[in-house]
Structures are given as C-alpha cells and as structure tokens.
Design a protein. Structure first.
Length: 137
C-alpha cells in the first residue's frame, strides 16, 4: 500500500493584532466614539427648532369673558383646508405646527361669529397670538 505524503504546514505566528487583543479593542472603541460624536454634531437638532408656526389666543365675548365651547376655524388660504379647535375652559385655542402660508381664522358659538383675522405668510413670527371676539347680535 502506497502512503500519501502531505506537505507540512508552516506554524508561523501571525504578528497582526487579532480582534480579541486589547490594542484592537481600544482602537475600535475610540473609532466608534469618534464616529458617534461626529454624527451627533452633523445631524440637525430638531428639539431646539420650532416645528412650524404656532397660532394661539383666546375667544372672548363682548365683556372679555372666555367663550367656552366655541369653535375656532382656521383656513389655509392656498389649499382651503380647514382645521377646527374647540375652545378650552380658559377660553384658549392653539394650532401648532403650521406651514408658512396665509391663514384666516375666526370663532363661532351659538350662531354668533367673530371677525375673521388673517395671518400672513410674510409674518416671520414663530408664535402668533390673536384674540377673537364673538359679536353679539
């Protein structure tokens, strides 16, 4: 029976750093931290920036009392989309996150209506306060 001879494998030690070596782990950790810091500074921080414009105010009667339960209508004059808000116990309303376009706003309660007020797209305030007075008929 003939024997087959296999070549002998060299048993040289690899001098490169292995993933489990302390030097490689430290380098990976430092690289990961630097990447995380760079990304954190590169991404926009939306917490500090307003998310659109805020329109808010009060609905009042002729004696400046809050009109609880009045409905405030907000119309986007470009798209004619209408948003509504039922006035709180304090007489307040709020429409957050509005685009920078023209709006018209008015309040209505028991068939009585306030004057219509406008908010211009050129008004650069991020918060617009408007009181709406329900007219007595």
């Amino acid at each position: 029976m003939n024997q087959i001879e296999f070549p002998k494998l060299s048993r040289k030690k690899n001098k490169t750093l292995l993933p489990h070596s302390p030097g490689k782990k430290a380098a990976l950790i430092v690289s990961a931290l630097l990447l995380a810091i760079t990304l954190a500074h590169a991404l926009p921080d939306n917490k500090d920036k307003p998310q659109g414009r805020l329109l808010y105010g009060k609905v009042l009667d002729q004696q400046d009392n809050p009109v609880v339960g009045a409905i405030v209508y907000l119309t986007n004059t470009r798209t004619h989309a209408v948003k509504t808000y039922i006035v709180s116990q304090e007489g307040t309303y709020r429409f957050p996150g509005l685009s920078t376009v023209d709006y018209e706003v008015y309040a209505q309660y028991n068939g009585k209506k306030s004057d219509t007020k406008s908010v211009s797209q050129f008004d650069d305030r991020t918060q617009v306060y408007i009181d709406l007075k329900i007219q007595a008929h």
